[in-house]
Write a protein that binds this ligand. Structure first.
Ligand SMILES: Cc1ncc(C[n+]2csc(CCOP(=O)(O)OP(=O)(O)O)c2C)c(N)n1
Ligand SMILES: [Mg+2]
Length: 304
């Protein structure tokens, strides 16, 4: 079995309405196109700070936020452009944040890995530097508010020592928190097999947490998370295997990734006869990106 098919629910794609499938595609396409604009702006030195690209991993935030909406508390990791955009965060504020402008989501002082947004009912809390530190924060916020909470973190972050006391606390207090591990099998350049001998979803099961371990097929994620969320009282854990296509930080790429979920999803939707709907979405997003990344506008903004 190919790893891109690991844990995939064969029927999920047929169980989901076309409108939802297209919404998920739009989120993924928008994130991909936004980051292609980021790459160009880094190349022409308009963006000067480090960028942490979601390219390859877009389906996870797209499917989860399409399934659950955008009104949870959301605690993101450093690789968070796709989460920010899928939540409906203001695209000009993320662009300006990457450009280091005062009009950015953190006044241009946080940068790519510390994005946050608190407006229009969206509450996305950004990363602060220590990987995985967002889980104790998310658990605390969830305990204090009893508000459904999402926490995204990586397969490296899930190894940190503050993770497991936080999980224990969340289980004990039956907190409505969904923990999503974006498992790209890498912590910077070190593969999981060189870092640990244990399986994180098995550890979560030993805490009694409903736990999913599967590839980043958005239809399976959508179906699984919708079912689990409706039927679970307490924390839920998803380990989603995905591929980081670019370097840990920056715009380079030095190895062949095993799969690109965006291409697989596009092929699937084309084979379902949704080609004309995809074209409409792509044209709309391309127009938006032409405005967002217009070179002259950026030059003027950076001159101010
Ligand atoms: C506590 C801590 N240790 C080490 C680092 C350095 N560091 C930054 S990102 C990173 C890798 C994170 O890997 P993962 O959590 O899998 O996320 P990914 O970058 O793969 O999306 C490391 C080790 C850090 N920021 N915080
Ligand atoms: Mg990783």
């Amino acid at each position: 079995m190919r790893l891109s098919n690991f844990g995939v629910l064969e029927e999920a794609i047929n169980n989901i309405d076309n409108t939802i499938k297209l919404n998920i595609y739009k989120k993924m396409y928008r994130s991909r196109k936004f980051e292609e604009g980021v790459i160009e702006s880094v190349e022409c030195k308009q963006i000067k700070s480090a960028v942490y690209l979601s390219i390859g991993q877009e389906s996870i935030a797209a499917a989860i936020i399409e399934a659950l909406g955008n009104k949870h508390y959301v605690f993101t990791q450093h690789r968070c452009h796709s989460t920010f955009l899928s939540l409906g965060g203001n695209i000009l504020k993320i662009r300006d944040e990457l450009l280091g402008l005062p009009t950015g989501s953190s006044n241009g002082k946080g940068g790519s890995n510390c994005l946050q947004i608190h407006e229009n009912g969206i509450n996305m809390f950004g990363h602060h530097g220590f990987i995985g530190e967002n889980l104790p924060q998310a658990v605390g916020a969830c305990f204090g508010s009893n508000k459904p909470t999402l926490c995204f973190l990586g397969d490296g972050a899930i190894e940190e020592d503050y993770i497991y006391p936080s999980i224990g606390f969340a289980v004990t207090h039956k907190l409505p928190i969904i923990i999503i591990c974006e498992d790209n099998d890498l912590s910077i350049l070190t593969k999981t097999e060189d870092r640990r001998s244990w399986d994180v979803s098995e550890v979560m099961k030993s805490f009694g947490i409903p736990s999913v371990n599967m590839a980043d097929d958005p239809w399976s994620i959508y179906e699984k998370i919708s079912g689990l969320f409706a039927n679970t009282d307490g924390p839920i854990f998803l380990n989603i295997k995905t591929c980081r296509i670019k370097w840990h930080a920056g715009i380079g790429a030095d190895k062949m990734h095993e799969w690109d979920r965006f291409s697989i999803v596009k092929e699937e939707l084309l084979s379902l006869g949704l080609g004309s709907q995809l074209t409409v979405i792509e044209e709309e997003v391309n127009k938006e990106m032409d405005i967002v990344w217009d070179k002259k506008t950026l030059q003027q903004l950076l001159k101010k």
